[in-house]
Design a protein around this ligand. Structure first.
Ligand SMILES: Nc1ncnc2c1ncn2[C@@H]1O[C@H](COP(=O)(O)OP(=O)(O)OP(=O)(O)O)[C@@H](O)[C@H]1O
Ligand SMILES: [Mg+2]
Length: 403
């Protein structure tokens, strides 16, 4: 049976196109027949496969009735690998392509018989627009490509929200194939920490075991418009793509994403995630933390407060002063900034940041350790409150009550 997989990300330049192409070549090596579809109006696949030299017709010509889908399939390096380009040649084609996606005309092109292929891989454009929605609507599953940079959590949150929305409204069968870390620098302390934390906060089966390292050879491959397996210097990373291809081939969606679905709230999977790390705060702990935050607000003069881990995953809140998305960005950015600042001025602890909000109120961010992990307590209060003293006491109370 043909498996249709969209390769997507909320953030640009994370390696979707590179992953699509190299995964396609690796699946082919496993003996699979693979069709790559360029779903990006920027035409990343077309460039990477030198498609313009082979055939300039593509989805645009199918959408305007000039060609049939079969006619725009271009064999790529043998019979078992083929590609469909966007067929975009002029700026008006981009507008037409996006309008067609908006009118829900793109997805149905792929509802016909594609049984000649074991896999159809769609390279999605960046973000969560109409084209991505169309690709998700006709895919069996998607691969989320992620880099381990500050702000990672917020991009993950947005794409997972889109996933839930698509399942609820367009394609109840859509599964998450997996989250793939690309451009990973395994010697970076921060990147390793982000991977570890994300894996401990979300269901482990959401992640591929394989990750793709950062490697200069990708640039050479881009310039030469070749897959990594065709470059001697690319063989090591091509092996990683083989491992990934085996994972994709054998996963067969057993893990599904149902853990994330069926909940009305916008983005609860992090808080609900099953926790295999016994050192982390339990639900009982969360109640204790919430009590401490309530006390901080009621007796310390704060409007609201929240405790989150360093990735921005909230643990407990009282009249939360800040949204999950904002918190994730804020704490991961600040986390990185604090680590850098700490190393620059040789201070092990840089803490207690105060931000003016509107001239009258301020936001205070206090970092503390609990159960051997770093956390942040963020609270909002009037300018004249002794925020640092109170927030330090609240954090100490939380740590004491849990130890
Ligand atoms: N693992 C990696 N190590 C180093 N460079 C990489 C890696 N993966 C991709 N790249 C390079 O990063 C750049 C962006 O990759 P790519 O075009 O595949 O990203 P994308 O997510 O498809 O971007 P867009 O959002 O614009 O479609 C390219 O120059 C590519 O060669
Ligand atoms: Mg791309």
């Amino acid at each position: 049976m043909t498996r249709k997989i969209t390769i997507a990300s909320q953030k640009g330049g994370v390696g979707k196109t590179a992953v699509t192409i190299n995964l396609a070549y690796s699946l082919r090596r496993l003996g699979k027949k693979v069709l790559i579809v360029d779903g990006d109006p920027q035409g990343g696949v077309a460039t990477a496969c030198r498609l313009k030299n082979l055939n300039s017709k593509g989805l645009v010509q199918v959408l305007n009735g000039e060609q049939s889908l079969v006619d725009v399939i271009v064999p790529l390096d043998g019979d078992d690998l083929a590609v469909i380009g966007t067929g975009i040649a002029a700026p008006e084609d981009i507008v037409f392509f996006e309008e067609q996606a908006l009118a829900r005309k793109l997805g149905p092109l792929f509802e016909g018989d594609l049984s000649a292929y074991d896999f159809v891989l769609f390279d999605a454009p960046v973000g969560v627009g109409a084209v991505t929605r169309e690709l998700f609507s006709i895919s069996d599953s998607f691969i989320q490509v992620l880099n381990c940079r500050a702000g990672t959590v917020i991009t993950l949150a947005k794409l997972l929200n889109l996933y839930i929305w698509i399942r609820n409204n367009f394609n109840p069968e859509l599964k998450i194939e997996g989250i793939l870390f690309n451009m990973l620098n395994s010697s970076s302390v921060i990147e390793n920490k982000i991977v570890k934390q994300l894996k401990s906060r979300l269901p482990a089966k959401l992640f591929f075991d394989t990750s793709i390292p950062f490697a200069d050879v990708f640039e050479v491959a881009s310039i030469k418009a070749l897959p990594l397996e065709k470059l001697k210097a690319g063989h090591r990373v091509a092996r990683d793509f083989m491992t990934l291809a085996v994972e994709v081939d054998t996963r067969k969606h057993q893990f599904v994403g149902d853990l994330l679905v069926g909940d009305d709230s916008d983005f609860t999977p992090m808080a609900e995630a099953q926790d295999e790390d016994s050192s982390r705060a339990t639900l009982q702990h969360r109640d204790d933390i919430k009590d401490a935050l309530q006390e901080l607000c009621e007796s310390g003069g704060f409007y609201g407060a929240v405790v989150a881990d360093e990735m921005g995953f909230p643990l407990a809140d009282y009249h939360s002063p800040i949204g999950v998305d904002a918190l994730a960005t804020c704490s991961s950015l600040l986390g990185e900034a604090l680590v850098k600042a700490g190393s620059i001025i040789e201070m092990s602890e840089v803490n207690n940041l105060i931000m003016d909000i509107n001239g009258e109120d301020k936001l205070v961010l206090h970092r503390f350790s609990m159960l051997e992990e770093g956390y942040v307590l963020v609270a909002v209060c009037p300018q004249d409150v002794d925020a640092i003293g109170e927030i330090g006491l609240a954090a100490a109370r939380i740590v004491n009550s849990l130890s």
